[in-house]
Design a protein around this ligand. Sequence first.
Ligand code: IPE
Ligand code: IPE
Ligand code: MG
Length: 269
Amino acid sequence: MNTRASRNPLYQDLDLGKLPRHVAIIMDGNGRWAQSRGLERLYGHRRGKASVKAIVELSRKIGIEYLSLYAFSSENWQRPAQEVKGLMNLLKRYLTTELDRMMKNGVRLQVIGNTRRLPSDVRQALRHSVESTKRNKDLTVILALSYSAREEIANAVRAVARRVRRGDLEPDDITEEVIAESLGTAGVPDPDLLIRTSGEVRLSNFLLWQVAYTEIYITETLWPDFREHEFIEALRQFQARERRFGRLPDQPEESVERPSDRAPLRVAR
Ligand code: IPE
Ligand code: IPE
Ligand code: MG
């Protein structure tokens, strides 16, 4: 937490010592934002890019550790070729224009998803940004690109199956941790807060494994209009929630065995 941030009136209702470590966002509503103004959908995506910059910047300033952004789903490949091409161009431009700022601000970029499907110039820009920023320590931004949670889980199952076939792992030793460490998000704590903009009440195949106990916040605001105040409001509401993880409200945490301490479930056959 930095003192400059704690003095900013924008954050006055916020306990900067109790922020979510990891915020995940389904950035939705760009198309509707543009269409409601009689503009092409791509204008909405462009404005959405400005929201990305604002939210990354604020997250870094207040000390959030991980920010996962759903930017393009595997299902989004089904959109008209022109929109996909426009999105890929925007992404490439974002990566090249933001790299300096990421370096200056200590932002580390990571990517999850099937990046092999992305155009080669985008892949190259991604590789460059991920490699250049890998030692940055302030905020990790995880871009979900060509991402599908079910695909990610299927890949993890394949990787675990190969370890079993090689004899490196016993089936009974396949724990939740083994699975979590085989996902694209290996090493990243589960999201504490998931935000979806534009009012849709669904997960759209985002981080299905990781959001098991995530607090969900849905706002009607469209992504291009989602800026600092909206984000602070989501964080404020998060701080007012009681996370019980299946326990009773007044049960002290120390008295509880953590899920990660549990022995793997063994199925009787
Ligand atoms: C989210 O906005 C961005 C992407 C999915 C790439 P949409 O493009 O889905 O906007 P709406 O939902 O059609 O308004
Ligand atoms: C989810 O938004 C994917 C991203 C935000 C990248 P969509 O607009 O694709 O989701 P659906 O189709 O409404 O579920
Ligand atoms: Mg949408």
